[in-house]
Write a protein of this length. Structure first.
Lengths: 111, 114
């Protein structure tokens, strides 16, 4: 059974600080995705990483896929209150398009 | 449509009743997924439709749950004889299919069984 472990589960920091969220597994994935979910809404795709070692930037967010395609990180620089939400990583299996989700990191940025 | 549409957005039902949840995916998306999200939890996979292939039902928690997808488009998730533990947000997503394509989610149906 493929599992994705996210850490930390909860993070509350001051506006302007930097933070990193981790997503780890013992399984290899074809791709790994990061989503952000706000209350009452479905998750919204932020990025997909496909190649081992790949780094993608989305404004103040930097996503990295591990060389072995088993783990990923999300780094936020100078966090803003608008970054508050539930961040979910999701891995796509190698044999099908089914994606499994981690339990998420609940991020709260204090103004 | 422009996005994934789910209905109803909220449903309160009595224990033992049947419910139907509807999902209208993005036009042209061949893959459709149902997930369940309980309070404070991640997303639990339920079922996956890809084109004309047999659906992957491996995530359905019991035989009270079933889903169908008509004409490769709209999908209905049916829960028979609802139980209180079925209370959750049911999320539908669609995708172009293939490696590397992310999902587009609907806003979900919040099901409360009383």
């Amino acid at each position: 059974t493929q599992l994705l472990e996210q850490s930390p589960q909860f993070l509350s920091i001051q506006e302007g600080e930097n933070l990193t969220v981790y997503c780890n597994s013992s399984s290899v994935f074809s791709s790994l995705q990061w989503y952000r979910q706000e209350p009452g809404e479905g998750p919204v795709l932020l990025v997909t990483v496909v190649t081992g070692g790949e780094v993608k930037k989305l404004k103040r967010l930097t996503f990295q896929f591990g060389d072995a395609r088993k783990d990923s990180s999300l780094h936020i620089t100078a966090a803003q209150p608008g970054d508050t939400g539930l961040y979910l990583c999701a891995g796509e299996g190698r044999r099908d398009d089914k994606i499994i989700f981690g339990k998420g990191t609940r991020l709260h940025i204090l103004p | 449509g422009a996005g994934v549409s789910q209905s109803p957005s909220n449903k309160v039902t009595e224990k033992g009743k049947d419910v139907e949840l509807r999902c209208d995916p993005i036009s042209g998306h061949t893959a459709l997924y149902w997930y369940r999200q309980s309070l404070g939890q991640g997303l639990e996979f339920l079922i996956y439709f890809q084109g004309n292939s047999a659906p992957d039902k491996s995530g359905l928690p019991s035989d009270r749950f079933s889903a169908e997808r008509t004409g490769g488009s709209v999908s209905t998730l049916t829960i028979q004889r609802t139980q209180q533990e079925d209370s959750a947000v049911y999320l539908c997503a669609s995708s172009q299919g293939g490696t590397g394509y992310g999902y587009t989610f609907g806003s979900g149906t919040r099901l409360t069984v009383v």
